[in-house]
Design a protein around this ligand. Structure first.
Ligand SMILES: [Zn+2]
Length: 120
Protein backbone atom coordinates (compact mmCIF):
# COMPACT_ATOMS: atom_id res chain seq x y z
CA UNK A 1 0.00 0.00 0.00
CA UNK A 2 1.22 3.43 -0.84
CA UNK A 3 2.08 5.83 1.87
CA UNK A 4 -0.07 8.66 0.62
CA UNK A 5 -1.51 11.25 3.01
CA UNK A 6 -5.31 10.95 2.94
CA UNK A 7 -5.75 14.70 3.11
CA UNK A 8 -3.53 15.24 0.08
CA UNK A 9 -5.35 12.53 -1.81
CA UNK A 10 -8.72 14.14 -1.09
CA UNK A 11 -7.36 17.48 -2.23
CA UNK A 12 -6.09 16.02 -5.49
CA UNK A 13 -9.34 14.16 -6.05
CA UNK A 14 -11.37 17.35 -5.63
CA UNK A 15 -9.01 19.18 -7.94
CA UNK A 16 -9.30 16.49 -10.62
CA UNK A 17 -13.09 16.43 -10.42
CA UNK A 18 -13.16 20.19 -10.89
CA UNK A 19 -10.78 19.94 -13.84
CA UNK A 20 -12.92 17.25 -15.39
CA UNK A 21 -15.99 19.47 -15.18
CA UNK A 22 -14.12 22.38 -16.71
CA UNK A 23 -12.96 20.24 -19.60
CA UNK A 24 -16.49 19.04 -20.26
CA UNK A 25 -17.65 22.63 -20.39
CA UNK A 26 -14.78 23.58 -22.67
CA UNK A 27 -15.49 20.68 -24.98
CA UNK A 28 -19.07 21.82 -25.29
CA UNK A 29 -18.03 25.40 -25.96
CA UNK A 30 -15.41 24.39 -28.51
CA UNK A 31 -17.88 22.29 -30.43
CA UNK A 32 -20.48 25.07 -30.36
CA UNK A 33 -17.93 27.53 -31.70
CA UNK A 34 -17.00 25.28 -34.58
CA UNK A 35 -18.39 26.92 -37.73
CA UNK A 36 -18.43 23.59 -39.56
CA UNK A 37 -21.13 22.50 -37.12
CA UNK A 38 -23.03 25.74 -37.27
CA UNK A 39 -25.86 25.57 -39.82
CA UNK A 40 -26.02 29.34 -40.29
CA UNK A 41 -22.40 29.66 -41.34
CA UNK A 42 -22.32 26.50 -43.36
CA UNK A 43 -25.15 27.76 -45.52
CA UNK A 44 -23.58 31.08 -46.33
CA UNK A 45 -21.65 31.03 -49.60
CA UNK A 46 -19.57 34.16 -49.31
CA UNK A 47 -16.11 33.93 -50.83
CA UNK A 48 -13.51 32.89 -48.30
CA UNK A 49 -16.04 31.41 -45.95
CA UNK A 50 -15.17 27.86 -46.91
CA UNK A 51 -11.51 28.21 -46.10
CA UNK A 52 -12.35 30.03 -42.88
CA UNK A 53 -14.62 27.18 -41.88
CA UNK A 54 -12.08 24.53 -42.84
CA UNK A 55 -9.33 26.38 -40.99
CA UNK A 56 -11.32 26.92 -37.83
CA UNK A 57 -12.68 23.41 -37.98
CA UNK A 58 -9.14 22.00 -38.16
CA UNK A 59 -8.11 24.05 -35.15
CA UNK A 60 -11.21 22.93 -33.30
CA UNK A 61 -10.35 19.29 -33.89
CA UNK A 62 -6.83 19.77 -32.52
CA UNK A 63 -8.15 21.57 -29.46
CA UNK A 64 -10.81 18.94 -28.93
CA UNK A 65 -8.25 16.18 -29.13
CA UNK A 66 -6.09 17.91 -26.55
CA UNK A 67 -9.04 18.36 -24.21
CA UNK A 68 -10.04 14.73 -24.66
CA UNK A 69 -6.51 13.55 -23.94
CA UNK A 70 -6.43 15.61 -20.75
CA UNK A 71 -9.83 14.29 -19.78
CA UNK A 72 -8.67 10.71 -20.29
CA UNK A 73 -5.66 11.20 -18.04
CA UNK A 74 -7.86 12.83 -15.39
CA UNK A 75 -10.30 9.93 -15.54
CA UNK A 76 -7.43 7.46 -15.27
CA UNK A 77 -6.12 9.29 -12.21
CA UNK A 78 -9.58 9.36 -10.61
CA UNK A 79 -10.03 5.65 -11.24
CA UNK A 80 -6.68 5.00 -9.58
CA UNK A 81 -7.72 7.02 -6.54
CA UNK A 82 -10.79 4.79 -6.24
CA UNK A 83 -8.75 1.63 -6.61
CA UNK A 84 -6.15 2.89 -4.16
CA UNK A 85 -3.32 2.72 -6.66
CA UNK A 86 -3.01 6.43 -7.21
CA UNK A 87 0.49 7.84 -7.10
CA UNK A 88 2.24 4.65 -8.12
CA UNK A 89 4.80 4.98 -10.89
CA UNK A 90 3.75 2.83 -13.85
CA UNK A 91 7.36 2.01 -14.65
CA UNK A 92 9.05 1.21 -11.38
CA UNK A 93 6.03 0.75 -9.05
CA UNK A 94 7.47 3.16 -6.54
CA UNK A 95 5.49 6.04 -5.16
CA UNK A 96 5.59 9.19 -7.29
CA UNK A 97 6.88 12.19 -5.37
CA UNK A 98 3.95 13.93 -3.64
CA UNK A 99 5.31 17.33 -4.66
CA UNK A 100 5.25 16.24 -8.28
CA UNK A 101 1.66 15.06 -8.01
CA UNK A 102 0.64 18.36 -6.44
CA UNK A 103 1.90 20.15 -9.55
CA UNK A 104 0.88 17.48 -12.03
CA UNK A 105 -1.89 15.34 -10.52
CA UNK A 106 -2.17 13.20 -13.63
CA UNK A 107 1.51 12.20 -13.63
CA UNK A 108 1.95 8.51 -14.36
CA UNK A 109 5.68 8.23 -13.73
CA UNK A 110 8.05 9.28 -10.99
CA UNK A 111 10.49 12.09 -11.72
CA UNK A 112 13.36 9.74 -12.57
CA UNK A 113 11.30 7.69 -15.01
CA UNK A 114 9.69 10.67 -16.69
CA UNK A 115 13.15 12.14 -17.28
CA UNK A 116 14.29 8.86 -18.79
CA UNK A 117 11.26 8.90 -21.07
CA UNK A 118 12.05 12.42 -22.28
CA UNK A 119 15.66 11.57 -23.08
CA UNK A 120 14.71 8.63 -25.28
ZN1 LIG B 1 9.37 5.34 -11.59
Amino acid sequence: MLNFPKKTLKFIQRYLLRQQKEIDENLKKVSEDDPARSPALAESSEPGTDSYIADTHAKTLVLEQQLKNTKTSIMTALAKIKKGTYGKCEKCDKQIEVGRLMIMPTAQYCIADSQKAVKK
